[in-house]
Design a protein around this ligand. Structure first.
Ligand SMILES: [Zn+2]
Length: 206
């Protein structure tokens, strides 16, 4: 019975805290790391007028400014045009231990007709099942909202995906080498749509 009293008190405290607003909100909070690929001296994919590092940074900034949901806390591995090593990105992610990591990239191919979005999860990760589930849901969300056809989920040993302790998905948003994908990726309104789709997906997770 002696043990039952503190337990009862704990329950009573919990019930009373349930009516305190900030505590309830904290329970609902979801932490997401948005990892904008490349940056600084690392341009990633390039076309004459644009680059991968620039496009993913633009989308990342939009995610930052369009997020009005106070329960969605977003962390960024880079905030401007700076070089951040892959191991520093992984360390940052694993310090935060977010609910989800979304790494943003843009593709390139010698075959200019190659187009579409691609979703990747690590083929060796402790949180592989969760990552696959998230990638599938994210793909479905993009299927409903976007112009660029999303592919099936692919597996690859990308460093960030492999090292992340949290479920992680890498999105190749489209092919910079394909003219219609390039028009899509560099369009301000389409970038807004990509950011909104990601934000709406994240908000639905909890
Ligand atoms: Zn890339």
């Amino acid at each position: 019975m002696k043990k039952a009293i503190p337990f009862f008190l704990a329950c009573a405290t919990f019930v009373s805290l349930a009516f305190v607003k900030p505590s309830v909100e904290n329970n609902k909070q979801i932490h997401v790391v948005i990892d904008a690929g490349h940056g600084g001296s690392d341009f990633g994919a390039r076309s004459i007028t644009s680059s991968e590092k620039q496009i993913v940074e633009q989308v990342t900034q939009k995610i930052k400014f369009l997020n009005k949901n106070e329960n969605v806390i977003i962390h960024f591995t880079r905030n401007d045009d700076q070089f951040v090593s892959l191991s520093n990105r992984a360390d940052f992610i694993n310090q935060i231990k977010p609910n989800l990591v979304i790494s943003l990239h843009v593709n390139q191919s010698r075959n200019e007709s190659k187009s579409g979005m691609e979703f990747y999860v690590a083929n060796e990760s402790l949180v592989n099942d969760e990552s696959i589930e998230i990638a599938n849901k994210l793909r479905t969300k993009f299927l409903q909202n976007d112009a660029v056809a999303p592919s099936e989920i692919k597996k690859a040993p990308f460093f960030i995906l492999k090292k992340s302790v949290a479920p992680a998905v890498l999105i190749e948003l489209g092919y910079l080498s394909n003219s219609s994908n390039r028009a899509y990726l560099t369009d301000d309104k389409q970038q807004d749509q990509i950011a909104t789709t990601i934000l709406s997906f994240v908000a639905d997770l909890k």
